[in-house]
Design a binder for this molecule. Structure first.
Ligand code: CFM
Ligand code: HCA
Length: 534
């Protein structure tokens, strides 16, 4: 693909929109230009134009489906009609192993199954009854109640019911007002879930932990990624206190305030929790990326730098050398197949950035990348946060104020060491996606189905990494598509062993002869007026 005239071609694509839509969308699309002195700005985290076919999920999807869903020891009760519970049940997110005789509820779907009569007369009675049944049958230590749209509309007081149940059963019962209409999956749903966890769960446990202890924040164990991280980190000698939340336990989260360092994998979904834990418990957070071989190595070295222990550093180097010698030849084989291929990525709020590292390890060039739910800092770096205006969606979500916890606040690094390290490793910082992209790359926020088709026509990438809603747009265009939300039920893709799985899947997908038997619609049908490529 030639990057010449790319700006004009992008402008022409957007000019096909009616004027009002054009004005909106052009702020969400940019072409990276390295000759600019200032960082390029993009509009993000705003509501999708009604009527446009977007990929974004709802607030309940983010709270129940993404953040709380993977916790295996909590009853997660969907208060609403059965569809919402059903569609967030048994997804690939809920990969969890039962250890010993502990409670693992991942296979269950708990719902109050609201009917029309309940919508008219109120659903509180049903909710109380459902909590009672779940507690009696499963004897959990934690119950989470997640609200769906009608609950907010009819006004059931789920928080009062939760408080009452907590007293009655002597366990943790927390309600989440994550009605779908409140906003999108990410800035809405994750935020509500995470706020609830910091308010009611983290800080209530008393597990004894050692010095080299970590929490892994923003790792949801998709395809088993969290297990690969755990494998590597434990091999080096770290103790994992909690995983937030992939294959995680509410019981472990209760003691998360005890760990020395917070690693942040998906910064979009959880950077504010890192910040709150820093303020409340004095724990530093370190931005890591375990997607990609080089970025995994870098992340491991950065963690070792933080602890600054010669034995730990030596062990880190040994593990890196061992892992590399195991995967080196096979990665090289796939690199030879994939070198020079091109890719476009459109995923949630961090994977579109993280996977650029792994694709680059394999010699793949990135033509376009975008996020569904990101904020400007995910594109441009944390330094732009002070200049971001509060938008409609953030105003909807409670912003918590925390202060130092008199009992649990403690600091690991001296002030001098902190200041020194801050210049060497991403401590309490991430740089955003755009800085790392090549000149002439396209960045699109909230890519929609019309733009997906248009950009696929212009760019003709070999690989399109996205989600279930647009996967088949690419396939119908004869372009291999890989879901980066679910990995198409493959994985893990993180860390060392994961990189090999990814390389194998991508090489298989790209080289299958199937694509040459597909004629893209734009080659068969008369072109839309104004459309660019024939
Ligand atoms: Fe973080 Fe996620 Fe993502 Fe995300 Fe998501 Fe997700 Fe994603 Mo789907 S929390 S931002 S809002 S890594 S659900 S586990 S795969 S879009 S890139
Ligand atoms: C969400 C969830 C989602 C959707 C995945 C997809 C996920 O957006 O609320 O569109 O393929 O990862 O499950 O991002």
């Amino acid at each position: 693909m030639s990057r010449t005239n790319i700006k004009q071609r992008v402008d022409k694509t957007l000019e096909q929109y009616p004027a009002a839509v054009y004005k909106n969308r052009k702020e969400h699309v940019l072409v990276k230009n390295n000759t600019f002195q200032e960082p390029q700005t993009i509009t993000a985290n705003t509501r999708t134009i009604p009527g446009i076919i977007t990929n974004r999920g709802c607030c309940y999807a983010g709270c129940k489906g993404v953040v709380l869903g993977p916790l295996r020891d909590a009853v997660i009760l969907t208060h609403g009609p059965i569809g919402c519970g059903f569609y967030t049940w048994g997804t690939r997110r809920n990969k969890g192993k039962t250890r010993g005789d502990e409670l693992n509820l991942l296979n269950y779907c708990f719902s109050t199954d609201l009917q029309e009569g309940d919508i008219v007369f109120g659903g509180e009675k049903k909710l109380r009854q459902a909590i009672k049944e779940a507690v009696e049958i499963f004897k959990p230590k934690t119950v989470f109640i997640c609200a769906t749209c009608p609950v907010g509309l009819i006004g059931d007081d789920i928080h009062a019911i939760a408080a009452q149940a907590e007293k009655e059963y002597g366990i943790k019962v927390v309600a989440f007002s994550c009605e779908g209409y409140k906003g999108v999956s990410q800035s809405g749903g994750h935020h509500i879930a995470n706020n609830g966890l910091i308010k009611h769960i983290i800080g209530t446990g008393d597990k004894v932990v050692g010095k080299y202890s970590l929490n892994i924040l923003g790792e949801y164990n998709i395809g088993g990624d969290g297990w690969e991280l755990e494998r590597i980190l434990k091999k080096i000698g770290y103790e994992i206190v909690s995983m937030m939340t992939g294959d995680g336990m509410a019981e472990d989260l209760k003691s998360a305030h005890k760990a020395t360092l917070n690693l942040i994998q998906c910064h979009r979904s959880i950077n504010y929790i890192g910040e709150m834990m820093y303020t409340k418990y004095g724990q530093d957070w370190l931005k890591v990326n375990f997607i990609g071989v080089q970025s995994t190595i870098k992340s491991l070295r950065n963690i070792a730098k933080y602890f600054d222990d010669p034995d730990l550093t030596a062990r880190t180097e040994q593990v890196i050398a061992d892992e590399l010698s195991e995967i080196g030849p096979v990665m090289e084989h796939y690199r030879n197949i994939l070198k020079g291929k091109t890719a476009a990525l459109f995923v949630g709020g961090s994977r579109a950035h993280h996977y650029q590292h792994l694709l680059k390890d394999l010699g793949v060039e990135i033509l376009l990348a975008g996020y569904e739910f990101a904020h400007r800092d995910d594109y441009e770096g944390r330094e732009v946060i002070p200049s971001i205006k509060a938008d409609a969606d953030s105003k909807n979500i409670e912003s918590l104020e925390v202060s130092a916890d008199p009992e649990h606040y403690r600091v690991f690094l001296s002030k001098e060491r902190y200041e020194k390290l801050k210049n060497e490793i991403p401590l309490n910082y991430y740089a955003g996606m755009i800085k790392e992209m090549d000149d002439g790359s396209i960045v699109v926020d909230d890519l929609n189905h019309f733009e997906t088709e248009e950009f696929l026509k212009i760019l003709k990438p070999d690989i399109f990494c996205s989600g279930i809603k647009d996967k088949y747009i690419a396939h119908k265009a004869g372009i291999f598509s890989k879901q980066l939300h679910s990995y198409d039920y493959s994985g893990p893709y993180a860390g060392f062993k994961g990189a090999v799985n990814f390389a194998r899947d991508i090489a298989m997908g790209v080289t299958t002869p199937a694509w040459k038997f597909v004629t893209p619609p734009w080659k068969k049908e008369p072109m839309l007026e104004g459309s660019l490529v024939g």
